[in-house]
Design a protein around this ligand. Sequence first.
Ligand SMILES: C[S@@+](CC[C@H](N)C(=O)[O-])C[C@H]1O[C@@H](n2cnc3c(N)ncnc32)[C@H](O)[C@@H]1O
Ligand SMILES: [Zn+2]
Length: 354
Amino acid sequence: MQEISEGKAKILTHDGVFYNPRMKFCRDFDMTVFSKIREEAGKKVDYLDALSGTGIRGIRACLEADYNSSFNDRSRKAVENIKENLRLNKIEAEVFNRDACILMREIPFLHIDIDPFGSPSEFLDSACIFPKYLSVTATDTAALCGSSPFSGLRKYASFALKTEYYPEVGVRVLIGRIFSESAKYDKAPQVLISFTKEHFYRVHIRFKRSPSSVKRAFKKFGYLFHCFKCSRRYISAITEETFSECDCGCRLTQMGPLWIGELHEAEFVKSLETPNEEIRKVVERIEGEADIPFYYDLHVTTRRLRISPPPIDSVIEGLEEAGFVATRTRFSGTSIKTNADIDELENILRNLKS
Ligand SMILES: C[S@@+](CC[C@H](N)C(=O)[O-])C[C@H]1O[C@@H](n2cnc3c(N)ncnc32)[C@H](O)[C@@H]1O
Ligand SMILES: [Zn+2]
């Protein structure tokens, strides 16, 4: 047994009940997001920590975001631990010992959190039925980002191969899957914020319930066509025509389906407040990011050109001077999102070098 302090919570952990201290950043980040959701809701948010483990996330939500949390875990040992931790933090709350998928079909909550060990895919259908807000973690990054294409097909019904922008592909496959699960319930996702760190992806979604929003959202669900020779990419919505040949003459590889819409809501991100420097940096990077799908990793591009990578800010400046949109990206410190074509980016890189 160990006693741990995290945020405003104190918890006891026991062997056999899941607690990962490496996910503290994710939970810290959640508290910033949940506080904003609480403000938006205008009342205490009925929240289900559907896969609670020790209960740390739901307990912190009560203490730090003024949430009304309920807890669930199918493990008896976890449930005993949650009850003990609730007593320790002087919180009264409902604790279920159920299969999360059944519970989520029976009782409506305003906000559901799916924080599994590995893939969230088995929970997504039930998790999309009732809530207005859904938060999802995925740690099966290989299945999502194209490192393990067959796992991606099994878990997310989406095909991907590894590209230089694989973390973004992963987030988009995950959101795409959430969309295809929610569409059948007439719900369309509005992505509040999404990011990846170390070994996990995290997305926070607000659903809009109406058949017309779902119809519109299909324009944000589609395919990516990647050229493994020159790194050009093309995207098309699932209802649009596809691409087969790259401008360079090579065959394109089709990936998806995946989400090709926004990865955050500008107003929501702008309104986030946090005293935590590390969170603020991620939020600022997201806020400053252009809404352009995918990015170029300067290390990969310059390696192809056999030149050394110039400072990223000078490349952004060069692109902007040439009339293009160019920003950094939340997904990689060495990469740029731009609406410039690969030929134009390569020209600028060559000129910066000389
Ligand atoms: C990764 S842990 C949760 C960690 C916790 N949310 C945190 O922030 O520390 C996943 C938990 O889900 C529980 N679990 C797995 N499958 C479940 C299911 N179908 N229904 C309910 N609980 C489940 C496991 O017992 C485990 O405690
Ligand atoms: Zn090409």
